[in-house]
Each structure stands twice: as C-alpha cells, then as structure tokens.
Design a protein around this ligand. Structure first.
Ligand SMILES: [Zn+2]
Ligand SMILES: [Zn+2]
Length: 263
C-alpha cells in the first residue's frame, strides 16, 4: 500500500444508506491521496436484504456483485492506495449461506469484515427511527442482551477474520440520547471476554470512529476499552465508517493517530 495509514471502513453509493448520487470509489480514492491515506471500501452486504429487498443495491446476487468488483478493480488500476472490501452482515439463521458466500468470494476482496445491525429483520438498531419502532415491541434490555448473544455467536461461527463496531448497539442507546433503563448495568466485562476470545482466534476488532459524529461522542469501542483490549492481545483495524466525503476528511487525523496508538 502506498501510505502508512489506512481507513478500513468507508461506504460509497453502493451502500443502501447512501444516496444514488453519493460518493463513488474515485471520489474517495482521489481525496485519500490528498490526505495521505489508503482507503478500504467496506460497503454493506447484508444477505437477508440481498435476497429479500428489491431496492437493495446488491439485490440480484452474482451479476451485480461482479459489476461491483469490476468497478472497484478499475479504480485500483489507477490508484495504489485502494483496497476492496465488504461489510458482511451476520445472521444466526443464515450461517450456512454466509459461509457459502465467503467461500466463493473471500478471494475476490482484499478485506472482508463481519458486522451486524439487526436483532430483528428490518429494524436496524443503527437507524434511530427504526430503533424507536423496535422499542415499541421490545424492551431495551432484551435488545441489548440479544445483541451480546448474537455478537458471541458471530465470533464463535468463525466466519469472519475481522469484526466491525463490536458495541455498536449503543449508537443511540446511551446517556446522551435514548437513555438506558435504570435496571441496565453495563460494564466492560462482556467485551473483555469477547476480546480475549478474538485475540485467541486471531480475529481483529474494529476501532470504529463513527460514534464521535453522534451524541454518544465516542468511538466503538471507547478509547479506554480499546486500550484494555489491546492489553489482552486484541489486534485492531481502524475505520471511520464514512458515509460521505465530509466524514472521511473529518476522521483522517484520528485514523492516523489511533492506528499508531493501537498497533
Ligand atoms: Zn456497520
Ligand atoms: Zn459501515
């Protein structure tokens, strides 16, 4: 790679949560050159939506995925600071299909990371309005417990070598936003246990900077927790989770700083 530092988590208009006229591979690649950064595209690939949602950018399976790969490889021909990747969602009941997908396509990408955004299909807790809807039918405590349980299963599945935003469920559930019920006591223990397991398995965790753009005002996980995890032997990749060029610029300095701190 051309530069010393890499932003491993950037979304283009190939992601469902970005407008069709949003930033493309070239826009980021050029900007990354100016910022002395390598950039890894980590567009959302959620198999459930690939199968069931006609509006999803990757709906249509293989054919459309090949189009993505072709586009990104053209950008790589002109820029040596670009990595291809995907943020692949984990679903407890789709392990086999995800495994088949990865067997088939892991070699086509430079970097694949696992993530999950939905304890309940169509209700991502990373979208505030959807979380609000979900909270009408499910208690906070249940959502958080399910999140922790599914995170554990995702790691035990051995499907992924890299895991994104390991405590991302707190994007909107925190003291500065949708306040946690008083009965809920959260501490670092669960994530330390998860971290130890990942260290043992050689799974890298993401230090995801996106939280500083939200009221929670901290990365996922927090800097404190990340440093504790580092002591447990966890290795990190650093991502801005940019959904725009403004995000990408905004996080560039932190990407560099935290890559050095957590290496
Ligand atoms: Zn994500
Ligand atoms: Zn993302």
């Amino acid at each position: 790679m051309k530069f010393k530092h890499t932003d491993f988590h950037v979304h283009t208009k190939w992601s469902h949560d970005i407008a069709k006229n949003g930033p493309d591979f070239n826009d980021y690649a050029k900007l990354a050159e100016e910022l002395n950064l390598n950039v890894c595209f980590l567009d959302h690939y959620e198999l459930y939506h690939v199968k069931h949602d006609k509006t999803y950018p990757f709906y249509g399976g293989e054919e459309i995925l090949n189009k993505y790969l072709k586009e990104v490889s053209q950008v790589k021909e002109n820029h040596n600071n670009v990595l291809s990747g995907l943020e692949v969602d984990y679903y407890v009941d789709m392990e086999e299909e995800i495994g088949e997908f990865l067997d088939l396509h892991e070699k086509d990408f430079d970097f694949i990371a696992g993530a999950f955004h939905e304890t309940d299909h169509w209700f991502p807790f990373t979208t505030r309005s959807k979380l609000k809807e979900l909270l009408k039918k499910k208690k906070q405590e249940d959502i958080i417990n399910e999140f922790l349980e599914i995170t554990r299963k995702m790691i035990d599945s051995n499907l992924f070598k890299n895991i994104c935003h390991v405590d991302g469920v707190f994007r909107y559930l925190n003291d500065n936003d949708i306040k946690l019920d008083r009965s809920i006591e959260m501490n670092d223990e669960f994530f330390i246990a998860i971290g130890k397991k990942c260290a043992k398995k050689g799974i890298k965790l993401e230090f995801n900077l996106s939280g500083v753009r939200y009221p929670i005002q901290r990365p996922f996980p927090s800097r404190d927790l990340a440093l504790k995890l580092k002591q447990e032997g966890v290795r990190f990749f650093i991502g801005s989770d940019s959904h725009s060029l403004e995000h990408f610029m905004y996080h560039a300095a932190q990407i560099k700083e935290m890559t050095d701190v957590l290496k």
